[in-house]
Design a protein around this ligand. Structure first.
Ligand code: ADP
Ligand code: MG
Length: 585
């Protein structure tokens, strides 16, 4: 005979103040590990939790779309070195947010996605329940770590585990599943408080072996044409002085990957930003610091000098040799690895060819002069193209070096990256390793909230479409963010054409790449109360951007470009099947 008592259908209320709920413990546990901000979108079963977190003094930044809240959390993690936190509801909310958590994992950004999940039993028996989904199993394998917490007394441990997993070793996205019954479960306050912990040394130093340091220095010293390649891992590590010291004491030229731009000023005499091909083709020893030899670097093949050798400083031992043989791996955290390298450097005599740096400086001068004409040659073009607009924007962004630049699109991404020099570390955030679109508004919010600095987001019109609604979040939180939309009316451009012959299936239909060349995005800005501009000339753009940055308030600038400005796939047209020849990247 069955004797079990059915679970109460209505959660019991705790007797305050001596009792508390799981969600209260969750808020306290997050606070205890140092979380001060949470990004998310509430609903059943996490609404009350967000209120409780706010009451505990955690800044809750509420979004329209979970994916964007996740992009904000990831950017927060990248910029602060501590996990950004995303809060989502069950099923669809969880899935929307998971995209960002996976993206954070791919990019090595520390973040934690906390999601409410439905009651286990009907999910496990596949009986159907409100927003039922086996979320833990969906997340597993796609993120750095995934945990579920079922009992309120386990919440503090779960939070500490998630925190450590996100931030230690190679950082990444962590999923923490909190079931509805666990959120509502009741505990004695004193018992719960006694369980709270602050992790000791959550991001432990990982010291490289002395042998690996010696091997790397021997190779570096033997190089005739060495180069240092800086990645966003180096920027994330926040060891800017050590990197500067390495570059300046060795005199070795460096090439920054996109988000490492500004780690040293892009116009530094040893910057080889304009010499990507020369370094790939001619360097005999390249030292990778927090950069992966992945598709963005042709996986170390193709153009690369086949006889060149690599030194790689990375925290993840499994990264070594993953694409090309690494002659001198230095596995450790970048700070410790650079300490060891800098301490031992005086024992080695560098043999760099004295003509190498002057040669690269000559190439830089020549290429930069040529590049500058691209901006000036189009200065009066009407309607504007990408270069006309960038010619107006460049001096303003470079004149406000402390503004964080968020950038996504195809041509808008490539051309902005090439046109605008950065002079401070961690001031450029883009769609990064996965090359995704749809991080703009979220990353802008995360950057502004995490740093308190002003942000300018330069967005392709297609890219903006993925996250545009969260411009409202920028407005609601009155953030100093200016969104600049390059409207060329389409994906790549706005001149996509379908068959012109009546009767053809595609006749008269919008082409797959065509969007809205006549859209007035500035009206969208107005809808949320932001200062908004519609500009058609470089002079108007200049004036609008200058005013918008100075206002330190939400602003949106709709930049009208020509529909034929921009080419398919931007700089990576060779990845497009139509133009794919023998290139495998
Ligand atoms: P980029 O795209 O700029 O080349 P990647 O994301 O490809 O940068 O590479 C970053 C690398 O930095 C990853 O391999 C990651 O393991 C490494 N990394 C991240 N943080 C650290 C750190 N603190 N110390 C050492 N390596 C790190
Ligand atoms: Mg990379």
């Amino acid at each position: 005979m069955a004797t079990t008592t059915p679970a109460p259908t209505v959660p019991q209320a705790p007797h305050y103040p001596e009792q508390v709920t799981g969600m209260y413990i969750l808020a306290r546990a997050l606070q205890k590990v140092g979380v001060d901000t949470m990004y998310g979108l509430v609903g059943i079963p996490v609404t009350e939790f967000a209120y409780l977190a706010q009451e505990q003094g955690i800044n809750f930044v509420s979004f329209r779309f979970e994916q964007q809240a996740g992009m904000a959390a990831a950017t927060h993690g990248y910029l602060t070195g501590k996990p950004g936190v995303l809060l989502t509801v069950s099923s669809l909310g969880f899935l929307n947010g998971l995209t960002a958590t996976i993206n954070a994992t791919v990019n090595c950004y520390p973040m934690i996605q906390i999601s409410g999940s439905s009651v286990r039993e009907p999910i496990d028996l596949e009986q159907g329940t409100y927003e039922g989904l086996d979320q833990l199993n969906v997340a597993k394998g796609l993120v750095k770590a995934a945990y579920r917490v079922n009992k309120p007394e386990d919440i503090p441990t779960a939070v500490v585990r998630a925190y450590r997993a996100a931030v230690s070793g190679r950082p990444g996205g962590v999923y923490l599943d909190v079931t509805t019954p666990c959120m509502g479960a009741i505990m004695n306050r004193a018992d719960a408080e006694a369980l709270l912990e602050t992790p000791v040394d959550p991001q432990p130093a990982m010291i490289p072996s002395p042998t690996s340091v010696d091997r790397a220095l021997q190779l570096l010293a033997s190089a005739k044409k060495p180069a240092i390649l800086l990645g966003k891992g180096a920027a994330f590590a926040q060891v800017d002085d050590k990197i500067k010291k390495l570059v300046e004491t060795t005199g070795i030229p460096y090439y920054p990957m996109s988000m490492a731009k500004g780690l040293l000023p892009d116009n530094h005499p040893l910057s080889a930003l304009s010499c990507r091909s020369e370094i790939m083709e001619q360097s005999d020893v390249v030292m990778l610091i927090g950069a992966r030899l992945n598709w963005l670097l042709s996986r170390g093949h193709g153009k690369w000098n086949p006889n060149g050798q690599f030194i790689q400083l990375d925290i993840d031992p499994q990264e070594i040799d993953c694409n090309r043989h690494i002659a001198a791996p230095v596995v450790g955290d970048i700070s410790s690895s650079l300490d060891a390298i800098l301490a031992n450097l005086p024992d080695y005599k560098l043999q760099m060819d004295p003509t190498w740096v002057p040669y690269l400086q000559g190439v830089t001068k020549e290429k930069n002069a040529k590049f500058a004409t691209r901006l000036t040659a189009n200065a009066d073009k009407m309607p504007m193209d990408h270069w006309t607009a960038l010619g107006a924007i460049k001096p303003i962004i470079e004149g406000n070096p402390d503004v964080i630049l968020v950038n996504e699109g195809a041509n808008t991404l490539d051309d902005t990256r090439d046109a605008i020099d950065m002079s401070l570390p961690r001031h450029r955030i883009d769609c990064a390793t996965w090359a995704i679109m749809g991080m703009g508004m979220g990353s802008s919010v995360g950057a502004a909230v995490a740093t308190g600095k002003s942000v300018v987001a330069i967005e392709g019109d297609s890219a903006f479409g993925f996250s545009g609604m969260d411009f409202s979040t920028i407005c609601r939180f009155k953030l100093p963010v200016t969104v600049v939309i390059f409207n060329n009316g389409g994906i790549y451009n706005g001149i996509g054409q379908n068959m012109a012959t009546p009767g053809e299936p595609s006749y008269g239909k919008p082409a797959p790449t065509t969007l809205d060349i006549n859209a007035r995005y500035d009206k969208m800005g107005e809808a949320f109360g932001a200062k908004s501009y519609y500009v058609t000339t470089p002079a108007e753009l200049s004036a609008a951007l200058t005013e918008a940055i100075a206002s330190k308030a939400p602003a949106l600038i709709d930049v009208q470009l020509a529909a034929d400005s921009g080419k398919e796939s931007g700089h990576i047209g060779y990845l497009n099947p139509a133009s794919l020849q023998d290139v495998i990247v």
